[in-house]
Design a protein around this ligand. Structure first.
Ligand SMILES: C[C@H](O)[C@H](O)[C@H]1CNC2=NC(N)=NC(=O)C2=N1
Length: 115
């Protein structure tokens, strides 16, 4: 991997470290308002509501662009006026602090998409 910060990818995405335990994940959840642990504590999920399809779609595109810049990618489902975003570090089949950072960034994007 390059030294260039702009080209670095999520370190936990390379695997080889343990996922967060339930207690650790629950503690971090306090800093991620609105997010819930799903999949027996292996995923972080939140649903967002929007005024229409376009706003939901634009939000999904913005989260996708964020994912590409960060090298860490969510599972997203969406439809007319809603989107559900799920974060997990797939390489470790569970959660890492990075997922909580991405969740916080996702929430900030949602706020800017329905002012
Ligand atoms: C090489 C590449 O960076 C990795 O495969 C990344 C890509 N994006 C990823 N995203 C997520 N959510 N989990 C991963 O383990 C992951 N791995």
């Amino acid at each position: 991997m390059s030294d260039d910060l702009t080209s670095r990818k999520c370190t936990p995405c390379q695997g080889g470290i343990p996922p967060l335990g339930k207690d650790e994940a629950e503690a971090l959840l306090a800093q991620a308002p609105g997010w819930l642990l799903a999949g027996s504590g292996k995923r972080l999920e939140r649903s967002f509501l929007f005024k229409n399809f376009r706003e939901a779609f634009d939000f999904v595109v913005a989260v996708g662009e964020l994912a590409e810049t960060q090298g860490h990618h969510p599972d997203i489902s969406f439809g007319w006026g809603w989107a559900t975003v799920s974060w997990q570090t797939k390489k470790i089949k569970g959660l890492h602090e990075n997922d909580f950072i991405m969740a916080a960034k996702t929430s900030a994007l949602a706020e800017s998409h329905h002012p």
